[in-house]
Design a protein around this ligand. Structure first.
Ligand code: PAF
Length: 281
């Protein structure tokens, strides 16, 4: 596995791979890898000749009060996991390599990012879109794979790719879960043992919603109330949002007629966790 820290070297390598007719698959990550990331590598592997995993804790997608400084990092462990998973190139730039000190151009999505995490994490998706656009320019992938746990992010990146004509196929991989149902996330490491148990209310609430939907419930307010009841059973839980939105437009829906995204963001103690399901009749 080749490790690249510099943007120029990454771009030259990608150019050379294009020249050799290789298909490049890219898995953008912020590191502290878990089985969920590695399942995305597998999807990229199946769709390409050369897999690039990018590891960059992107400062522009963190708000001033968020966890940029304490975001978990372990480069050696991540590199070993990438090697085992068959990653060909690990692209791990430092922040000054990605952003000039006077950088002043950003990529802003103006519709899909208005609600959900976009409403509670102002500027977050501007940072995500900007860094993903830059990673696409540096790695020149034919296909890029993102996790469905970040449902809004996936839809925004797909929209950005379409609207800015990036020649990249955007693929999503299913959320991987721990044996007890908690969605895998690098941020789960912040949870104490007690919080880890309480965090199961997210999945429980989503499962109950899926059950009620199967039983014929279609009213979004009633479904949200049912989720709220379950989540508030955990004393450490503070709801950031519980939303049911159209799966395409991400606009709130009142009656579920078309595929709908049920998305949650809940603080368990100080840790903000997200999870979601898509409901389709
Ligand atoms: O999902 C993530 O880990 C990040 O938001 C991403 C897509 C790598 C951009 O920094």
């Amino acid at each position: 596995m080749k490790i690249i820290h510099f943007g120029k070297e990454m771009q030259q390598t990608a150019h050379a791979l294009h020249g050799q007719g290789k298909r490049i698959g890219c898995v953008p990550t912020m590191g502290f890898l878990h089985a969920g990331h590695l399942s995305l590598v597998k999807l990229a592997r199946e769709r390409s000749d050369v897999v690039i995993l990018t590891l960059f804790v992107n400062p522009t997608q963190f708000g001033p009060q968020e966890d940029l400084a304490k975001y978990p990092r372990n480069f050696e462990r991540d590199a070993a996991l990438c090697r085992e998973a068959g990653v060909d190139i690990l692209f791990a730039p430092e922040a000054p390599e990605m952003y000039a000190a006077d950088a002043s151009i950003y990529v802003v999505e103006e519709k899909l990012s208005r609600g959900l995490c976009g409403a509670s994490r102002l500027g977050h998706f501007r940072g995500v879109c900007t860094v993903v656009a830059k990673l696409f320019n540096l790695c020149m992938p034919h296909v890029a794979v993102f996790g469905e746990k970040d449902a809004q992010q996936f839809r925004i990146i797909r929209r950005m790719t379409r609207d800015l004509n990036f020649p990249v196929e955007i693929v999503s991989g299913p959320t991987l879960r721990e044996a007890d149902g908690l969605a895998m996330s690098s941020r789960n490491t912040y949870l104490s043992a007690d919080e880890r148990q309480q965090a199961l209310v997210l999945k429980r609430a989503l499962d109950e919603t899926a059950r009620l939907f199967r039983a014929g419930w279609r009213d979004a307010t009633a479904l949200k109330t049912a989720m709220q009841k379950i989540i508030t059973q955990a004393p450490a839980a503070k709801i950031d949002y519980i939303e049911i939105v159209d799966d395409e437009t991400l606009e709130p829906v009142q009656t579920l007629r078309k595929p709908a995204l049920v998305a949650l963001a809940v603080f368990i103690g100080k840790t903000r966790l997200i999870d979601n399901i898509v409901l389709k009749a």
